[in-house]
Ligand binder design. Structure first.
Ligand code: SAM
Length: 297
C-alpha cells in the first residue's frame, strides 16, 4: 500500500513527502504537463489573474500602499511566483511587489532558482527563496542550493560544507504580508489546520489567503468516473514510463483523493479565522481543481 492509505505519524508523513518531491523535482514540470494535459498552466494563469497582484485601483504610478509582500508557500519550482512577478511588474507596471518562494524541499527550490535565471534582472531582484515548513513559519532559512553545474558539483565535493543547509533561521513576522498563496501544496501538509493558523498569523489585517488545489469533481458523475480512471490508472503509469517513479505519482493521486471536499476545506479556512465571500471557493474544470480564498479581518 501507499502511505496515502496507511496510518502514519506526522514525522513519517513529512519524511515521505520529502522523499516524493526530492525524487520528482527534476521531472516535475514536464510531468505536470503530461498528467493534466497542460491544464495546470490554465489553472495557474487564472489563479494569478484572479489575484491581480500589484494592481492599484488608485493610480497608475507608484503604489500608494507601499511595497506589497507576497509569500508563495510550497512554491516548488516557481510557477506561481514567476506569474505573480510578471503580472505585477509587467502587466500592472508595479515593481514594488516582492515575492518570497518558500518550500520545505531544497531540491524543488533549487530547480526553481535555476529556472528564475531567465527572468529580467528586476524580477530576480524582487524574488527570494526560503526553506520553510508551512506549518511553522517562525523557522525559515535562506535557500542553500544544490550544485547546479558540473563544475560546481566538482568543487562542492571538495568542500562538504557546500551541501550543508544553512543553519541560520528567521521568523516570518506576524502581520507582515499582503498575500499568501499556496498552489497544489496544502494537501501534502501533515497538519493543515496548523498551516492555516500560520497563514493567518503572517498576513496583515486585510491580507488575503489564496489556495489552488486539486479538489472533488463529483458534481458530474460521468466526468468524474472518467477522471478517476485517468488518475488511478494512467498517472502512475505515466510516472513509471516518463519519470521511472511509479510510487511518487501513485502518492500524488492518493493525496488528491484524501484531500477534503470544497465545502469542508472552506470550513477549515473559516475555522482558522478568515472570512470568505459567498461560498468561499471557485471550481475549475468541473471541480478537478478549486480556488479557495479568505481574508484576514
Ligand atoms: N506550488 C508549486 C506548483 O504549483 O507548481 C509546487 C507544487 S508541488 C505539487 C508541492 C510542493 O509542496 C512541493 O514542492 C513540496 O516540497 C511542498 N511541500 C510539501 N509539504 C510541505 C510543507 N509542510 N511545507 C512547505 N512545503 C511543502
Amino acid at each position: 500500500t501507499h502511505f496515502g492509505y496507511e496510518t502514519v505519524t506526522e514525522g513519517e508523513k513529512i519524511e515521505r513527502v520529502a522523499g516524493v518531491f526530492t525524487s520528482v523535482a527534476e521531472s516535475y514540470d514536464r510531468m505536470n504537463d503530461l498528467m493534466s494535459f497542460g491544464w495546470h498552466r490554465v489553472w495557474k494563469d487564472h489563479f494569478v489573474a484572479s489575484l491581480n497582484p500589484g494592481f492599484s485601483p488608485l493610480t497608475a504610478g507608484p503604489d500608494p500602499r507601499g511595497p506589497q509582500h507576497i509569500l508563495d508557500v510550497a512554491g516548488g519550482t516557481g510557477d506561481i511566483a514567476f506569474r505573480m512577478l510578471h503580472t505585477a511588474h509587467v502587466l500592472n507596471s508595479n515593481p514594488s511587489v516582492h515575492v518570497t518562494i518558500s518550500d520545505i524541499n531544497r531540491a524543488m527550490l533549487t530547480v526553481g532558482k535555476q529556472r528564475s535565471a531567465v527572468l529580467p534582472a528586476s524580477q530576480q531582484a524582487a524574488l527570494t527563496f526560503t526553506e520553510a515548513n508551512a506549518e511553522d513559519l517562525t523557522r525559515t532559512r535562506p535557500l542553500h542550493p544544490y550544485p547546479s553545474t558540473a563544475a560546481e558539483a566538482a568543487s562542492a565535493s571538495e568542500d562538504q560544507s557546500f551541501f550543508a543547509p544553512s543553519t541560520a533561521t528567521a521568523s516570518i513576522p506576524s502581520a507582515s504580508l499582503d498575500l499568501y498563496t499556496v498552489a497544489f501544496g496544502i494537501r501534502n501538509f501533515s497538519n493543515i489546520p496548523a498551516a492555516l493558523r500560520e497563514a493567518h498569523r503572517v498576513l496583515k489585517p486585510g491580507g488575503v489567503f489564496a489556495c489552488l488545489e486539486f479538489s472533488k469533481a463529483d458534481k458530474h458523475p460521468v466526468f468524474n468516473s472518467l477522471y478517476k480512471e485517468w488518475s488511478f490508472r494512467a498517472i502512475p503509469l505515466i510516472g513509471q514510463l516518463v519519470a521511472a517513479d511509479r510510487d511518487s505519482y501513485q502518492y500524488l493521486v492518493e493525496s488528491i483523493e484524501r484531500f477534503p471536499r470544497q465545502e469542508d476545506f472552506r470550513d477549515m479556512i473559516v475555522e482558522a479565522g478568515f472570512v470568505v465571500a459567498g461560498q468561499g471557493y471557485e471550481d475549475l474544470t468541473g471541480g478537478v481543481a478549486a480556488i479557495h480564498k479568505g481574508m484576514k479581518p
